[in-house]
Write a protein that binds this ligand. Structure first.
Ligand code: PLP
Length: 400
């Protein structure tokens, strides 16, 4: 059977799928008609080294012949070294490996429960318009009714306050509160960054109240903003004043391999003991070898600097297009390879025009389309994406 027909016949219809993608090279992917698309979606902020990267192909081949899986009943040769590097980037503590972002957040939620259990504290203060995943606990943590619709009763213990509103968090903290969980930049709701004062204020407030501060860095972390973490990019020189108590990661961590992780500060790491948490696949030799190779390439090729430079070109180019197509574009936001173009209309109307222009971008909330290019994107590819955006916006204007 034709792959498109088989997919639509037998795979649950949980997304509107317009393309069947077969292969990719660098920042370009090809569909089943061999039509190329410039990939500024990277599989929702995942394929951070683009497609068919030789260093990743090599490590997949080598490790798959050596040992793909052994469960975490045993150590393997890559998971410890990767954890050491992540701890080196984040601060003293420990890593737990999961297979997805939602599972990484589940780990943080369980850490909050363990932290608060002796004093009856279990609530987590989350924010409106956040996105933390699709499992029952993480959709309950998510501050969006459309994600929760139909799944009541939700997991108890989550309260939601407006993002970037420190006083709302202060008012929501009670003796039942164990943690505060925020995204450094809200991604799914349209690339909304935390204010520097909000981050620093949350750090001081949670310390004062003996409540944990967790960052969901699944979309905005791992160099997507051009710094290792979004809060480092947002805080700049003041970043040393801010370290969360726990952080979740996935997406770019594996560059396409499904691996997630959470980091816990050294004070919290002993909360988990033998038997309290586990997963069959997490931290496999293959997954951690690939994630290690992703980090190697980012460091060796200076990709954080490339993300910052290309991000400036993308932001300034999109702002120029905002000037040109004034009525269609409401705003341009973001950092590095996490940029949002806010439209006046719903992105659903614009998406066909982006596709026709041969550009993959990802719709988000707040009428925003996301530009999530690979970290090794070139200046020429950014210019190409801007030209295609210009064409898509012109078509959108003509259709209005
Ligand atoms: N948290 C954030 C901020 C995300 O953007 C996502 C996915 O988009 C998730 C959690 C869930 O990750 P996953 O889809 O890997 O479960």
């Amino acid at each position: 059977m034709n792959p498109t027909i088989a997919y639509d016949e037998y795979v649950l219809h949980t997304a509107n799928r317009s393309l069947t993608l077969l292969h990719g090279q660098g920042a370009t992917v090809f569909d089943d008609k061999n039509r190329p698309y410039l990939d500024f979606g990277t599989g929702i902020a995942v394929s951070c080294l683009g497609h068919d990267h030789p260093a990743l192909a090599e490590v997949y081949a080598r490790q798959s012949r050596r040992l793909i899986h052994c469960s975490n009943l045993y150590r393997n040769e890559h998971a410890g070294a990767l954890a050491e590097r992540l701890v080196g980037l984040l601060g003293p503590g420990k890593i737990f490996y999961s297979n997805s972002g939602a599972e990484a957040n589940e780990g943080l939620i369980k850490a909050a429960r363990l932290f608060g259990k002796d004093r009856g504290a279990f609530e987590i203060v989350c924010t409106k318009d956040s996105f933390h995943g699709r499992t029952m606990a993480t959709l309950s943590a998510t501050g969006q009714e459309k994600v929760q619709a139909g799944f009541a009763p939700l997991v108890p213990g989550f309260v939601h306050v407006p993002y970037n509103d420190l006083e709302a968090v202060r008012a929501a903290i009670t003796p039942r509160t164990a943690a505060v969980l925020i995204e450094g930049i809200q991604g799914e709701s349209g690339i909304l960054p935390a204010d520097p004062e909000y981050l620093l204020g949350l750090r001081a407030l949670t310390r004062e109240k003996n409540v944990l501060l967790f960052i969901d860095a699944i979309q905005c972390g791992h160099f997507r903003t051009g710094a290792y973490q979004s809060f480092q990019r947002i805080l700049g020189e003041r970043a040393a004043e801010f370290r969360p108590d726990g952080l979740s990661m996935a997406k770019s961590l594996g560059g396409g391999f499904p691996i997630g992780a959470f980091w816990l500060d050294e004070r919290l790491a002993p909360l988990f003991t033998v038997g309290s948490h586990n997963t069959t696949y997490g931290g496999s030799p293959l997954g951690t070898a690939v994630a290690g190779a992703v980090l190697d390439v980012i460091e060796r090729e200076g990709l954080a600097a490339n993300v910052r430079a290309r991000g400036e070109e993308l932001l300034s180019g999109l702002r120029a297009l905002q000037g040109k197509h004034g009525g269609l574009v409401a705003g341009v936001r973001g950092f590095g390879a996490l940029v949002g173009l806010q439209l006046a209309a719903e992105p659903a109307q614009a998406m066909p025009h982006f596709l026709e222009a041969g550009l993959l971008v990802v719709p988000a909330g707040n009428k925003t389309v996301r530009y999530l290019p690979p970290y090794n994107v070139t200046a020429a590819e950014v210019a190409d994406a801007l030209a295609r955006t210009d064409a898509a916006l012109a078509k959108l204007a003509a259709a209005a």
